[in-house]
Write a protein that binds this ligand. Sequence first.
Ligand code: MSP
Length: 500
Amino acid sequence: MSKFFVTTPIYYVNDAPHIGHAYTTILADVLSRYHRTVGDEVFFLTGLDEHGQKVKQAAEKRGLSPQAHCDDLAPRFLNLWKTLDIRYDDFIRTTQERHKKIVQLCLQQVHDNGDIYSDEYEGWYSVAEERFITDTEYESGQFRDVKKLKEKNYFFKMSKYQQRLIDYIQAHPGFIRPEHRKNEMLGFLRQPLGDLCISRPKARMDWGIEIPFDKDYVTYVWFDALVNYISVPGYGSDEVKFKKWWPADVHLIGKDILTTHSIYWTTMLFSLGLPLPETIFAHGWWLIGETKMSKSLGNVVNPLDLTNTYGVDAVRYYLMREMVLGLDANFTPDSFIKCFNSDLANDFGNLLNRVSGLIQKNHGGQIPQPGDLTAVEQDIKQQADSLSGRIKDLINEFKVQEAVSSTLDFVRILNKYMETQAPWKLAKTDMKAANRVLYTAAEGLRIATIMLAPVMPEKTAAVLSILGAENTRPSWGQLRPGTALQAHPPLFPRIEVEKP
Ligand code: MSP
């Protein structure tokens, strides 16, 4: 048994959550549930990033104080996670006292280590990005809302750790994943690394955590937010807890926040004298039919609309099945319906319907006796037995999409087995053989269902209860002959698309 500490980014509370937020959180939930099923002790952390200019501006637009705005929007995230069956272990809001005091502790420690200095700085400041940008960035013309700014600020000596970070990344191949993101970061680190401005004068921006050594300043929102990964598991407050959980096993993030995580955060940890997380995994973006999702384009997908129409488990399944971790994926209603109808309705749902329908019709509604297995069933048993090991390996490699598709491949094998064996015909001539086939198909279905449970907690719980197999393990032979099957409606009724 080992521990598994997984985090999501903490989301800005500037708007309602969208499919991108839902994706990372479901992914963390799925990984957590897989790890729990193999007996690991899991700590799954998510939450909200409530400080900084973006949140302040969003609050101003609504005529609310920043805190009132956050208090108003936080339930939208909490309710969505409830609807999506997210089982997190802690939920941090960066305006909570328990977090603020640890951010101040970290600032003080980094300062005491001689890694913070003050300087008068004049440069281009991007309001949208909330940071000073370099001259090259300015000249690229890619930044909106840019103004020249001159002010005294505090800087973190990030540059001091540049070589150490390069060496670390090279010595730990699994640290930044996937591989192409690691190379991107190493490429970035070929340029001299500047120091990081970690303060904002209150006179200009006061919505943040006060810097302990200068009350005229608050800290930069990223210095604040990243610390959540250690403030929650007990840094500076609960040594035993912290020792148990840190370093995190994986920070799941989107590719757009890779620099802040693999460069800002890691150098902050170096300065604090703490070990780095095992893995930073940057996933791709959900595109909406090939275009970026954006409010101004009006194509933002609201996860609640989808769950209301198709059900929570189908949405979780689709998101896990469609995105190859690390690459961008395309969301379209068409691809959703295709995935639903083929994998869930035709393959998984249909296997249950056939097995339970035939058991009701020809076998008195009870799981039949397997009898002696022939070579065909031995082969299925062997595939079932190797499935859980394979999935464990895939999950350890963050290959969730492959874990799901391997399980569905096995479901297809079972459907094919049913077709070639035709137990409805056997029931007329050789009842023993019909029993054997239906036991085998039902037992295979049970194991596939357990493998899919982290992705579809509700529907799989329903299937296991239909089979009378709650709390069973994914090893062959746990389905008990004689168990009465429960009647049930179709698991995933096909979505009929009206022809134009
Ligand atoms: N508050 C920071 C994170 C601080 S973590 C210490 C932040 N918040 S965010 O709300 O803007 O974004 C959170 C996450 O959502 C990022 O990982 C980002 O990549 C992800 N996504 C935003 N749009 C997305 C898609 N269209 N698709 C997938 N993920 C996307 O950044």
